[in-house]
Design a protein around this ligand. Sequence first.
Ligand code: CP
Length: 308
Amino acid sequence: MSSVHHLISWEDWSDDEIQDLLDFAIYVKNNRVFFAGHMHGRTLAMLFQKTSTRTRVSFEAGMTEMGGHAIFLDWLSSNFQLSDIDFEAEYLSRNVSLIMARLKRHEDLLTLKKGSHVPLINGCCHLYHPCQSLADALTVALDSPKKLKDTKITYIGVHNNVVNSLLEITSALGIHLTLVTPIADDDYISKQAVQRAEKKKTVSWEKNLHTAVKDADYIYTDTWVDMEFFNDPSFAKEKEERIQLMMPYQINSELLKHTKAKVMHDMPIHAGYEITRDIVTDDRSVIFFQAENRLDAQKAIILKLANI
Ligand code: CP
């Protein structure tokens, strides 16, 4: 079981392995037809404890396009909610070639990994979102006229799972990441991700918004409130406080006057909060291209972990 290669975070992946996977994702995107039958006869189990649009669609469409099949498993309507996670995972991995799981807690994902004999892909937990970060890197690699090592991304928002995976992947690829993160709760910060980026000198923190965006090639934002809590009445007070604190950091036309950067967002978007509606569809937005790239990133991950 120890030889099975998983994607839980980029922690277990070397810089060279990450660069190779990105190069492969570019190849997959440019040669979509070539991979039409590569997953024939194989099944991916997709387990969701949280809502999703892009992660579910891109993995399922990816498997379909490659001739395989994907099973959607809702946590609440499966027996994962009743039994031990590792026992259910042991059963699941006797039926499918790969498992992709979106679980609330990183610790539960590690328990799932313990029970699985097949590669496990993290579809986003409270600490990491590696699949998103590969699509982000793919977007920059395909869109930027500069080499990755000369490219600068400024992330403006809450320090969350997306940021941890961005820290890891940008450090591996040599992209500089500036963080403007007025909300940074220790429970949501991956120390190993921060240390990896600090060691490579690919991360810096900035408080002044205009300084942070001035030389950026891309500015990137995400929801201020995790989708898990967005409509949760018990989180309403915290949500309101976050909105008050974060509103000066909104990506809008006024901010874009201070930079030539393009705009990224991993979606789902809460227009009028972290970004205004006009900027989502502005010529400088690569948001929908970024979301489209989830499909190619997912295919590359599936093919790599399935060893095909
Ligand atoms: N960015 C992302 O993971 O989208 P979903 O939550 O819709 O899957």
